[in-house]
Design a protein around this ligand. Structure first.
Ligand SMILES: Nc1ncnc2c1ncn2[C@@H]1O[C@H](COP(=O)(O)OP(=O)(O)OP(=O)(O)O)[C@@H](O)[C@H]1O
Length: 408
């Protein structure tokens, strides 16, 4: 496991960073939080740019900071690269000279320079002064420079926030590729849950200088569904079904079922504190808020459930890797108490209601399918009309177009 151990404090007038956390950086780890929650300060402590940080930082058994032992490894000796929201390139140098700066300082020579230049599409710009490039192009140079440095750890601080959608997609794919091909551990700070949903394997949520939530990506996103920090959604990993014919513009996909484990670890689904269907109580407008029920046994399905997605919504990158990170907005999922027939809606799954959260006139219904939670946002009126209750078997429905991904 690739591990970053933090016990860090940083005190400012009206803000205190207070982090005690072990980060698993085997995959990309995302840091999400509102403005001012301390995300950048945390990264600056890790890279050593923040000199007022105290405590302990241990990266892969190497101590970078230990206030007790009066140890502070200078930023240039940490071999950590830091990419910011606005690229900090050398303005008087060309693209090539900016890249050379990193190439001369790298310790190993494992990452092919030509490959990164090709992946970023920087070849035609190599002789240009960086000040003449667009914001997106400058960010590509910053990212290429950071990767070519071959850092032991890459810190990304909102690297895509100034870019348009197309540039975002391109650089997200590049970051993902850099992580998969060159195994660079990455901490990725952003306000955008969409970006993390596409590339992070784990994420932490920061609030007031502290980590409030941490865990596997789908699990944390699902836990945020009731927090008003994100748009309510189902987050899932799917594989493009091998040897399945694409038909009529649709591509069949299969479930990964990794989420079920992490959900149970995260105690979203508990087997204690069970609420029985006929005994549901309504308190503070919430039905069974603390009592979610895992009674999947009655509704078990084949783990490799097939779903259909619009082929035009799947990009080259996903097709090559056969794997897809997807999300379905809760407003795009509807519920039926009987098996639908003769419907134009191609995705229909049978599951159990495990939670119903009512907020004024709107309800978020959580349905467990093979232990994987799906979230449907429906009216409180429909909850009453259909007489929905925890433990009930229902069918969820969503169109092929409702399965979305960003990495096209
Ligand atoms: N140099 C500084 N001196 C004093 N206070 C600072 C300094 N830099 C940041 N702060 C304060 O520290 C707090 C955390 O800032 P930080 O930039 O880490 O938050 P953030 O989560 O990265 O925000 P954003 O998403 O807007 O970049 C904020 O209240 C900010 O005003």
């Amino acid at each position: 496991m690739t591990v970053l151990n933090l016990g860090v404090r940083c005190q400012r007038r009206s803000f205190a960073l207070n982090i005690d956390q072990q980060f698993d950086l085997t995959g990309i780890h995302g840091i999400f939080g509102h403005s001012g929650s301390g995300k950048s300060t945390l990264l600056r402590c890790i890279s050593g740019l923040e000199k007022s940080g105290t405590g302990q930082i241990i990266w892969q058994n190497r101590t970078l900071l230990s206030t007790a032992d009066k140890c502070f490894v200078a930023p240039e000796k940490r071999h950590i690269a830091h990419v910011f929201q606005r690229s900090c390139l050398f303005p008087h140098l060309t693209v090539q000279e900016n890249l050379d700066f990193a190439i001369k300082r790298r310790v190993t020579n494992n990452i092919p320079i030509d490959e990164i230049i090709e992946l970023t599409g920087l070849q035609p710009l190599l002789a240009s002064k960086v000040t003449l490039l667009s914001g997106g192009e400058q960010q590509k140079v910053a990212l290429a420079r950071a990767i070519l440095f071959e850092p032991e750890l890459l810190l990304l601080d909102e690297p895509l926030s100034a870019l348009d959608r197309q540039n975002k997609r391109q650089l997200l794919a590049l970051i993902k590729r850099a992580h998969m091909h060159y195994k660079i551990p990455m901490l990725y700070v952003t306000h955008s849950i969409d970006e993390l949903q596409q590339i992070a394997t784990h994420m932490s949520v920061m609030e007031n200088g502290q980590i409030k939530l941490t865990g596997a990506i789908h699990n944390v996103i699902h836990q945020l569904n009731n927090s008003a920090m994100i748009e309510q959604q189902t987050s899932l990993s799917l594989t493009i079904a091998p040897q399945e014919a694409k038909a009529g513009g649709l591509t069949p996909l299969l479930f990964h079922n990794t989420v079920a484990d992490s959900v149970e670890q995260g105690n979203v689904i508990t087997k204690d504190n069970v609420t029985v269907k006929d005994n549901v109580t309504v308190k503070d407008n919430v039905i069974g808020k603390d009592s979610v029920l895992d009674i999947d046994k009655g509704g078990e399905q084949d783990v490799n459930t097939k779903l259909y997605m619009l082929t035009s919504n799947i990009g080259e990158y996903a097709l090559q890797h056969q794997a897809l990170r997807c999300f379905i907005m809760a407003s795009d999922i509807s519920l039926c108490t009987q098996e639908p027939s003769n419907s134009s809606i191609v995705n229909q799954l049978r599951g159990n209601i495990i939670a119903i959260d009512i907020n004024e006139h709107q309800a978020l219904v959580t349905v467990s399918v093979n232990g994987h939670p799906f979230y449907a946002s429906i009216s409180a009126f429909s909850v009453n009309t259909l007489d929905l209750a925890i433990g009930q078997i229902v069918f969820i429905q969503f169109k092929a177009s409702a399965i979305q991904t960003l990495l096209k």
